[in-house]
Write a protein that binds this ligand. Structure first.
Ligand SMILES: Nc1ncnc2c1ncn2[C@@H]1O[C@H](COP(=O)(O)OP(=O)(O)OP(=O)(O)O)[C@@H](O)[C@H]1O
Ligand SMILES: [Mg+2]
Length: 484
């Protein structure tokens, strides 16, 4: 699927790197360059102030007669002071006139000197009017001829050049960082994107051709490698499911064919016999029709069970409601009572009056109990009892046990009997399809419970259905009967 270039993984990673780079640069500019410049300017002004204050001693020593413009002594002292401080110096009279200066041609604003004299304290500032900032300091000094002010001023070339050097270094480092980030980003994302694209192509191939497509392994121990391995595991699982589905369809069609074939044969035989002379007796016809009806009934049972399984496989939701499990199992037991008596077995339902509550689907519970009782009535010998017991185990589970005194299940088959179409080796002569317990277990699990063959050591078989007990647990807990 075509994707706008900027939403791709590589573009987004590179944009992320660019953003990180830009933010880092801005932080460096704000946190390093500006404070550095401020600090250098403050230091330069402080040095100039210190030098100007130190120069006051020499100014105080001037004669009163030297305090007028053009005086040679004043000029000499001013120049000496300027040289010593490595700055320009201007000596200013009380009325704001220039007495002497190191650079007579330079335009110097004398206002700072007048203000320093008026306020009687040192004043200093940095003016940024020109290309290079200039620091000015004015100190008042008393002389024999009255107070004068000394101005020191100097261009902050060193500050400007230091800031320039640092700024250039930051820009060079930033450019190197940018190129490195883009290079590393591209080098890292290119193989990653290539591997992800390979994985995507593989997923599309599997979608098109099925789970049997070969998946190229990715041995690398990173997230993409993990993803490829997870993909391979998913594919294995899909293959198994596909195989199970095929096996199920083939077994189901095989199972369907047997009763259909024998039904067809029986009916053809009957038709031939009816057309023959002498015609068969009514008893013979009835016997053959009964056999055919048996086969039809068997066929009906199989299609019902297959339908149940397909509904379960399709994930048809089960109800989740409060059910009186004892009442439901009693109803099912009574339903099968006549059949049990006909077959010479005694069905002993749990006749206790107290309700036992579970959160489950009443129809599904009834179906499971029916499956278990059907098995017990078929496999247990004549004359033996089949018992249904219902209890709350007091630890959040509600149990239904169906117990018989038949041959039981051999140890090697305890789990296999829950598989689809698995019929026990010792009961293979019976007419079942091996689907009942598979349906029962699936239903139990879908209700959050489990169906197991209990190993309590008693002779015969004891199947246990475990369900989630209703709120409060225990017999008779809630007051909302349901499910009978
Ligand atoms: N009460 C039991 N006593 C002894 N063996 C049992 C009992 N219940 C089930 N089995 C064994 O488990 C196997 C699977 O049972 P299941 O109910 O799944 O299938 P079935 O009864 O053979 O056929 P279906 O239930 O589909 O008609 C049975 O064939 C039988 O061998
Ligand atoms: Mg069965």
């Amino acid at each position: 699927m075509p994707r706008p270039a900027l939403t791709g993984l590589r573009a987004r990673l590179l944009l992320g790197l660019l953003l990180t780079w830009a933010v880092t640069l801005a932080v460096v500019a704000l946190a390093l360059l500006q404070p550095l410049e401020r600090r250098l300017r403050d230091d330069a002004l402080a040095t100039l102030t210190r030098d100007a204050r130190a120069a006051r001693v020499a100014v105080r020593g001037l004669d009163a007669s030297a305090l007028h413009p053009g005086d040679a002594q004043a000029r000499r002292v001013t120049r000496a002071l300027g040289r010593r401080a490595n700055a320009q110096a201007v000596l200013v009279s009380r009325d704001g006139r220039r007495i002497a200066s190191t650079d007579p041609d330079a335009e110097v604003a004398l206002g700072i000197a007048v203000r320093a004299l008026r306020e009687g304290r040192t004043l200093g500032h940095i003016s940024d009017g020109g290309a290079i900032p200039v620091a000015h300091v004015a100190v008042p000094a008393g002389t024999e001829g009255g107070p004068v002010a000394l101005i020191f001023y100097t261009r902050l070339d060193s500050v400007a050049s230091a800031v320039r050097v640092v700024r250039r270094a930051v820009i060079v480092a930033a450019l190197i960082g940018l190129v490195t980030a883009l290079l590393v980003g591209t080098l890292l994302t290119r193989p990653l994107v290539r591997r992800l694209r390979g994985l995507r192509a593989m997923a599309l191939r599997v979608a098109r051709l099925g789970p049997h497509v070969e998946v190229a392994p990715d041995p690398r121990r990173d997230e993409v490698g993990d993803l490829t391995r997870a993909f391979a595991t998913m594919q294995d699982r899909l293959r198994e499911q596909e195989q199970a589905r095929r096996a199920f369809v083939s077994t189901a069609s095989h199972e369907l064919r047997t009763p259909v074939t024998s039904l067809r044969l029986m009916l053809e035989l009957l038709r031939e016999e009816i057309g023959r002379e002498p015609p068969p007796s009514a008893d013979q016809v009835r016997a053959q029709l009964l056999d055919a009806a048996d086969q039809a009934e068997r066929l009906g049972r199989l299609t019902d069970e297959l339908l149940d399984l397909s509904r379960l496989d399709a994930g048809v939701p089960l109800a989740r409601e409060l059910v009186d499990v004892r009442a439901v199992s009693r109803v099912v037991a009574h339903e099968l009572d006549a059949r049990a008596r006909e077959a010479g077995r005694t069905l002993l339902a749990d006749e206790a009056q107290a309700s036992v509550w579970a959160v489950a689907d009443p129809g599904a519970i009834a179906q499971i109990v029916r499956i278990l009782l059907d098995n017990a009535l078929r496999f247990a010998p004549r004359g033996t009892p089949v018992r249904v017991e219902v209890a709350d185990d007091g630890r959040g589970a509600c149990l239904v046990r169906v117990r018989d005194e038949g041959p039981g299940v051999p140890p090697g088959e305890r789990e296999a009997i829950f598989e689809r179409f698995h019929r026990g080796a010792e009961t293979s002569g019976t007419t079942g399809f091996g689907l009942g317990l598979a349906i029962g277990r699936e239903l139990a699990r879908r209700m959050g419970g489990e169906l197991t063959l209990s190993g309590d050591g008693a002779p015969g078989a004891c199947f246990e259905l475990r369900l989630v007990a209703g709120p409060g647990g225990g017999d008779d807990a809630p007051a909302r009967p349901r499910g009978s």
